[in-house]
Design a protein around this ligand. Sequence first.
Ligand code: SAH
Length: 233
Amino acid sequence: MAARFYLNWQLQPGPVTVEGAEAHHLASVCRLRPGDVACLFNGDGCEYPARIVEVRRKAVLLEIQGVESPQRELPFVLEVAAPLPKGDRAQFLVEKLTELGATAFVPLDCERSVIHPREAKLEKLERYVIEASKQCGRNALMRVAAPAPWLDYAAQPGSGDQRWLAHPSGAGLGPQVRPQAGIHVAVGPEGGFTDAEVNHGRDHGWELIGLGPRILRIETAALALAAWAALSR
Ligand code: SAH
């Protein structure tokens, strides 16, 4: 696969000039030279093979040669809601969810949450989505939603989707993945969901899912369920 570069504007066949960090990445990190081919994407679901025309000091000129739409997305919605784990573990979670094909990540605010993400933090998460998409070949970006309080999030009307609430007391995952239905996964904070939060989830159609007799970190529980949902049909 040709090296992939993200541009946040509309792309179409023809000339394009890249500046800033992506130009640096093209010219100095990947050392692409005139005649080489790169793959551009902007999150619209397509990718744009492009030939390098000229490498300048602070800009790279390319010629987009076509539009391709390889199918690398899941054929259903997979949304994962979880409190942000601490430090690098948040980056790890967002990168791996992107690789697994999740449609959206929702930072959850629970009674026992310890991290309350600010705007700057969310921008960073979006950056991790882009970096992971470059690497794994996704052309649609996983959406990073605004932080949502669990009580509101859990009560949103679902349109026939499956709702899985990770909880140590829940039943093990079986063959309950239904073809076609979207899947929403929710994971609690390190201190766990409170009983009231669990009951609220149950009242709104969330099915309690157990992941074995060990207590998992937020990111392990979220990725285990996302992987199951993404790969088991
Ligand atoms: N002390 C908490 C553990 C929190 S771990 C408790 O006993 O509930 C953080 C979150 O990961 C949990 O809220 C849950 O959503 C998920 N999780 C961790 N281990 C799990 C397991 N064995 N089964 C299902 N979910 C689990």
